[in-house]
Design a protein around this ligand. Structure first.
Ligand SMILES: *Cc1c(COP(=O)(O)O)cnc(C)c1O
Length: 842
């Protein structure tokens, strides 16, 4: 028998990680040592693990620089249409390994660090996540950047450089506590500050109407300081830019007019101005109408539009430098995509620039604006829709409010001419909501000001047309589109699951990494014994690795042969972590009732952050941890059922959990989850899904085949019918004894003996006030989980279904999503062309 390979030797055999040529490795080692010396100013006697991480990061970063400069140079020279993806969130996670993957440097760096006596994986663990997002919406923006670069689009991500990203979640006595995410403390090697491109952003003030136009005067000025982050494409030598703005007080802040006497106070007050980019609002799918948030939204938009206009004006034409003055060509040269309504102010801001600054007539400006802008809707939940109070607007952005009024006046004129006398329709479609507190409906502003409006999965786009935006769809059907979300296969397969990527590449080659539809070829291997064995083996290895990680970090013992049943996503009532809890309790009670039966062992893991102000979500976390305390210490149950709360769920933890999952929980009430992208990550990594017919699950079932996914529960039509006749939770409670037992246990303190009424609010909600109808899907969910158990007892059958899932996951590449945005919204063509490779550092 041959000696088993070391971890390092095993990884070297994975060809998708790139070649480790001798020359390459020697250069990397030299540059690593050079950075340790000149950049970190350390020698190996005093270097910390973090120093080594930074030395490696700088070494890898050097390989981006030439490509980055040349890509931007080529855009300047060829002047293609630019795509601007504006988003309040970019949930990037870590950058080092992703850069190595896209530049094919992973094996070479691994070999170089190994020869230097270091473990690359340990160094990678030193990198902070760039947690500039809450969940799916922010992660989508990050996947889109990767795809736009990989498809060779002249694209830019524009956002805010929050000093504090999404909070770190600690679990203390079963409760969530939040800690500030001071991610920049040790510096960020992936950003380049560009103070020379600082831009002014105006707030407050008043408007003056003159014969030659409107002036916005007496404003407060805050500077927007750009930080550029490189976005490398997959092995095509393209490096795009994500530009994040940071707020900076001007040097004369508060010193000119008012506070002349108080110099010290004026300097201290600079903090107030710079608070704009201090912290990410931690709400997922929830609108919080705070002034600081509105400031953030305008800040990113105002700074970005100055960049867009400057780049449009100063372009090269052939070999000649020209200054463009004809704005009618703006839509031929610029596409602006609004990631939800958060950057909706781009619409009135573009109008302000064109009308007030560039002196275009309104009609001309409006035509340009609509042709340039497009809007993506991410949710139909009413509590998530942005509706800003008028008085806030009036104070902070008086000119923009006037512009919105004028947009609305003309919009209302059009509605009334198309539907004469239909005043109720006018009220429904107005950008201004009347009633107690007048508000601006930002979704309506986006629809009216855009040429394309899209939902993020087919079912969601259909719901938009049928319900929330019905009136707008009737008036302008051509605007409405679908763009089913996707994920980048680089981070979510090659990077996080190299073992699976390799066994796939051994069968069908490596082209699937750029063209994920090629995974279809794996259907030829569903009966191939060797392939089934390889896929199952990789899953087992991933499970073992995740189990080791959990045991190290959380001091829990895990049965690696149990089914890893995982639900990770933000904690939200509509995502129904509570339905999962009811299954756990039911399974526990069944084991207790018949302890000698052959129960399928499960390790059920739930992870996710609760918005700090969302009481019910925090109580759901407390319930999960309480159930775990009882279940995990019950000797009758043993290692057949364990309940783990995965602390601090974030991109980096997703990268570890997803490859280890057997079962993916996607159990939202039909009609509430717009798309989901977590569902796609699990599918691509060979987990089976238990889910409702909601969001992209519908299309996943179509692609994998209905036999290869566990679908249960009400469809959207069933939910609508139930809403019409009324949902009555006690009906289910009285009819289903196991449901009653579970609820009685929660209500009676079985999981909280020291505080029997701890969960009374949750029980009350479930019994009397449950918008998401948890009980209505309980029975079918439990039955479906029984089928899951039965299949898990036949490992080969299970793996075959997993292979059908992997083979069917090609549609969910963000490359496909972005190609559709490019062709159907932006009017640009993706290319698989490569730029010539530059001379890398020697
Ligand atoms: C993909 C992802 C999400 C989105 O998950 P859903 O299940 O679609 O809500 C949220 N958070 C992180 C860290 C992710 O990676």
């Amino acid at each position: 028998m041959s000696k088993p390979l070391s971890d390092h030797e095993r990884k070297k055999q994975i060809s998708v990680r790139g070649l480790a040529g001798v020359e390459n490795v020697a250069d990397l080692k030299k540059n690593f040592n050079r950075h340790l010396h000149f950049t970190l100013v350390k020698d190996r006697n005093v270097s910390t693990k973090r120093d080594y991480y930074f030395a490696l990061a700088h070494t890898v970063r050097d390989h981006l620089v030439g490509r980055w400069i040349r890509t931007q140079q080529s855009y300047y020279e060829k002047d293609p249409k630019r795509v601007y993806y504006i988003s309040l969130e970019f949930y990037m996670g870590r950058t080092l390994q992703n850069t190595m993957v896209n530049l094919a440097l992973e094996n070479a760096c691994d070999e170089a660090t190994y020869q230097l006596g270091l473990d690359m994986e340990e160094l990678q663990e030193m990198e902070e996540d760039a947690g500039l997002g809450n969940g799916g919406l922010g992660r989508l923006a990050a996947c889109f950047l990767d795809s736009m670069a990989s498809l060779g689009l002249a694209a830019y991500g524009y956002g805010i450089r929050y000093e504090f990203g999404i909070f770190n979640q600690k679990i203390d006595n079963g409760w969530q506590v939040e800690e500030a995410d001071d991610w920049l403390r040790y510096g960020n090697p992936w950003e380049k500050a560009r103070p020379e491109y600082m831009r002014p952003v105006h707030f407050y003030g008043r408007t003056e109407h003159h014969p030659d136009g409107v002036r916005w005067v007496d404003t407060q000025v805050i500077l927007a300081l750009p930080y550029d982050v490189p976005v490398p494409g997959y092995r095509n030598n393209i490096v795009n830019t994500m530009r994040l703005w940071s707020a900076k007080a001007p040097c004369d802040f508060n010193l000119k007019d008012f506070n002349v006497g108080d110099y010290i106070q004026a300097v201290l007050d600079r903090n107030q101005a710079e608070n704009i980019s201090r912290v990410l609002y931690p709400n997922d799918n929830f609108f919080e109408g705070k002034e600081l948030r509105l400031k953030q939204e305008y800040f990113v938009v105002a700074a970005t539009l100055q960049d867009i206009i400057r780049r449009f004006k100063a372009s090269k034409f052939g070999t000649r430098e020209i200054v463009r003055t004809d704005f009618s060509t703006l839509p031929d040269k610029v596409a602006i995509q609004l990631n939800d309504t958060h950057p909706a102010l781009a619409i009135p801001e573009l109008m302000r620039i064109l009308v007030d600054d560039e002196k275009l007539p309104w009609e001309k400006a409006w035509d340009i604006c609509v042709k340039t802008c497009a809007y993506t809707n991410h949710t139909v939940l009413p509590e998530a829709l942005e509706r800003w109070p008028l008085d806030l607007f009036q104070t902070l952005l008086p000119r923009h409010l006037e512009i919105i009024f004028e947009i609305n006046r003309r919009h209302m004129e059009r509605v009334s001419s198309l539907y004469p006398g239909d005043v109720d329709r006018m009220r429904r479609m107005s950008l201004i909501e009347e009633g107690g507190q007048k508000r601006v409906n930002m979704a309506h502003l986006c629809i009216v000001g855009s040429h394309a409006v899209n939902g993020v999965a087919r079912i969601h786009s259909d719901i938009l047309k049928a319900t929330v935006f019905k009136d707008f769809y009737e008036m302008d059907p051509h605007k409405f589109q679908n763009k089913t979300n996707g994920i980048t296969p680089r981070r979510w397969l090659v990077m996080c699951n190299p073992g699976l990527a390799e066994v796939i590449a051994e069968r069908i080659g490596e082209d699937f990494i750029r063209d994920l539809d090629q995974l279809q070829k794996l259907r030829n291997f569903v009966n191939d014994e060797a392939f089934i064995r390889d896929v199952a083996k990789v899953k087992q290895e991933n499970k073992l690795k995740f189990a080791v990680h959990l045991e190290e970090h959380y001091k829990v013992k895990i049965n690696p042969n149990s089914m890893f049943d995982i639900q990770v996503k933000r904690i939200h009532e509509y995502k129904r972590q509570l339905l999962n809890c009811l299954h756990i309790i039911t399974y526990y009670n069944r084991i207790k009732k018949d302890p000698n039966k052959q129960w399928t062992p499960r390790t059920i893991m739930i992870g996710g952050k609760a918005a700090p102000g969302y009481h019910t979500a925090k109580m759901i976390i407390r319930l999960i941890t309480a159930i775990g305390e009882v279940v995990n210490h019950d000797p009758v149950v043993g290692d057949r059922l364990k309940v783990i709360f995965l602390e601090n769920y974030r991109v980096t933890l997703a990268e570890k959990a997803v490859p280890a999952a057997d079962l993916s929980e996607q159990i939202s009430t039909a009609g509430t989850e717009a798309s989901g992208t977590g569902n796609m990550k699990f599918m691509l990594n060979g987990a089976l899904t238990i889910g409702t017919m909601d969001g992209a699950n519908v299309e996943m079932a179509e692609e994998a085949g209905e036999d290869n996914i566990f679908i249960f529960g009400m469809r959207v039509e069933d939910v609508d019918a139930m809403d019409a006749r009324g949902y009555n939770a006690s009906e289910y409670y009285n009819r289903l004894p196991e449901l009653k037992q579970a609820i009685d246990q929660i209500a009676g303190g079985f999981f909280s003996p020291k505080q029997p009424d701890l969960f009374k609010d949750i029980v009350n909600m479930l019994m009397h006030n449950d918008r998401f109808k948890v009980f209505a899907d309980y029975e079918d969910y439990i039955k479906c989980q029984e089928k899951v158990n039965a299949l898990y007892k036949k490992p080969k059958e299970w793996t075959k279904k997993a292979i059908y899932n992997i083979a069917g996951s090609g549609k969910f590449s963000s490359d496909r999503t972005i190609s559709q945005y490019a062709r159907e919204i932006w009017g640009v063509e993706p290319t698989l062309e490569k730029l010539a490779a530059p001379d890398d550092p020697k």
